[in-house]
Design a protein around this ligand. Structure first.
Ligand code: NAI
Ligand code: MG
Length: 476
């Protein structure tokens, strides 16, 4: 951060990949910090340190690893307000959301800590001996995190990887490194060994790419765009590196005529406006049964326009700005100024990357706004005729991350949940991400699963050992 890292002033930000990143408050456009950009040589040095630290960490008793991770969780718990305030300033998240996010990091560490002592293998019956399996750590894991949920997503990979005995190098997004850097300090204060959890801020194509290509990195956990995810997967193939990908989404919110329409309409805004729509699980395609379409839209309009937009530091705020000017341009490209929006909310004028809540009526299922991830507070509404039509529309995308189904018919809820090709579905709810349940995408939304009871397994190799019980010749 600017106060701690003196930086030479002969590096104007004219380079494509600057030697430092200016961190802006997206609500005010003020520069709040300057963070050095890690070079490929510094990445290599960090991998060497991590490799050394990992050996000692894996050799610790499982109970000691668990205890240190619980201390890390306690350190995070003691700094919830500080971490939340940083998230408000660098990411523009409403303070209520930011507090939840910091608490989520604590919970992820606590949950993973319990796994360190429960990483049991199997004893498999075979002839002539004892067969057992061990879940061994991979070594050094790289976590490349995005800016939309900087703290939780960093911890999704980091907490279980550490618990399973790995070292972690986290590369936060260019725009949001501050909470990650603070978490690394808290880890050291909590007693985690030096080098075990390192945070390297920097440019994706420089520091991120150097991590992905480094032979000392055994696994890459990436959350971000599908385009970069594909590139990372291809690079990992060269070294047969393990990879987990959490990519984009275009998730459906399917509202059947038999649903509690009032409840469905009241809940819909949060499902695509929370985090200003910068959420891989955003329910940005609202599919409504034609017979209740008009009624649903009447109920949806006041729910959208009353979603409180404004100063992220105000506890009453539900929606802040977008992360950056670039992201606002991206969002704008889907909604031309003269687009006939069905519903449009308000947004503050002046400084800050504000964008109003917007609901578009799709011109057709092939409409760009109806098929591409917008990652802003914009949803598209489409009518459907019957259950088969709803499922067909829901699946008419290369993505398959999340989705919601609103109906009072239990059988339909189960049928549609099974028919929609997505990793995380919710019925009469939009909640589908919990640290105790598995999370991940179908199709081009990703590869592998994070969170849940099996999270640690993704950071281990299974080793099978057969021990002969044959009587030795001397004893015969
Ligand atoms: P991005 O995929 O470029 O960035 C995500 C992370 O990857 C950042 O830490 C970035 O520094 C890193 N990165 C970028 N290029 C890299 C490379 N060549 N090698 C290694 N690491 C690299 O995403 P971006 O450009 O910030 O956002 C563009 C769009 O991607 C968004 O509008 C949204 O649609 C999608 N996205 C989806 C996310 C999700 O949660 N699934 C998160 C962020 C973005
Ligand atoms: Mg990018």
């Amino acid at each position: 951060m600017s106060n701690e890292h003196p930086h030479p002033d002969h590096h104007p930000n004219e380079h494509h990949h600057p030697h430092e990143h200016r961190i802006l408050n997206p609500a005010t456009e003020e520069v709040i910090a300057t963070v050095p950009a890690t070079t490929p040589d510094e990445v290599a040095a960090a991998v060497a340190r991590a490799t050394g630290a990992q050996r000692g960490w894996a050799a610790l008793a499982p109970a000691d690893r668990a205890r240190l991770l619980r201390r890390f969780a306690a350190a995070v718990d003691g700094h919830i307000e500080e971490l939340a305030a940083l998230e408000v300033r660098e990411a523009g998240h409403p303070i209520g959301n930011a507090r939840w996010e910091a608490g989520n990091v604590r919970d992820l560490l606590d949950y993973a800590a319990g796994g360190a002592e429960r990483l049991s293998g199997a004893q498999i019956p075979v002839a002539g001996g004892l067969n057992v399996t061990f879940h061994e750590p991979l070594g050094v894991v790289a976590v490349i995190a995005p800016w939309n949920f900087p703290m939780p997503i960093a911890a999704w990979g980091t907490a279980p990887a550490l618990a399973a005995g790995n070292a972690v190098i986290l590369k936060p997004a260019e725009t949001t490194p501050l909470t990650a850097l603070r978490l690394a300090e808290l880890a050291l204060e909590a007693g985690l060994p030096e080098g075990l959890f390192q945070v390297l801020p920097g440019a994706g194509p420089v520091a991120g790419a150097a991590l992905v290509e480094h032979p000392g990195v055994a696994k890459v956990v990436f959350t971000g765009s599908t385009a970069v995810g594909k590139e990372i997967m291809a690079k990992c193939a060269a070294g047969v590196k393990r990879v987990t990908l959490e990519l984009g989404g275009k998730s459906p919110n399917i509202v059947f005529a038999d649903a509690d329409l009032e409840r469905a309409a009241a809940a819909a805004p949060g499902s695509f406006l929370d985090n200003t729509g910068q959420d891989c699980c955003a329910r940005s395609r609202i599919l409504v049964q034609a017979s209740v379409y008009d009624r649903f839209m009447e109920l949806l309009a006041p729910a959208v326009t009353s979603f409180a937009v404004g100063d992220p530091a105000d506890p009453a705020t539900a929606m802040g700005p977008l992360i950056s000017a670039a992201q606002r341009e991206r969002v704008r490209s889907y909604v031309p100024e003269d687009a006939p929006a069905a519903i449009r909310g308000e947004a503050p004028k002046g400084k800050g990357f504000w964008y109003p809540a917007t609901v578009l009526e799709a011109t057709g299922p092939g409409d760009r706004a109806a098929v591409e991830e917008i990652f802003g507070p914009v949803a598209v509404v489409l009518p459907f005729e019957d259950e088969a039509d709803a499922v067909r529309l829901a699946n008419a995308t290369d993505y398959g991350l999340s989705g919601s189904i609103w109906t009072r018919d239990v059988g339909r809820a189960v049928r549609v949940s099974r028919a929609v090709a997505a990793g995380n579905l919710s019925v009469n709810s939009h909640g589908s991400v919990r640290y105790a349940t598995p999370f991940g995408g179908y199709k081009q939304s990703g590869l592998g699963r994070e969170l849940g009871p099996d999270a640690l397994a993704a950071f281990t190799e299974t080793k099978n050992v057969f021990i002969s019980t044959e009587i030795s010749t001397e004893e015969q």
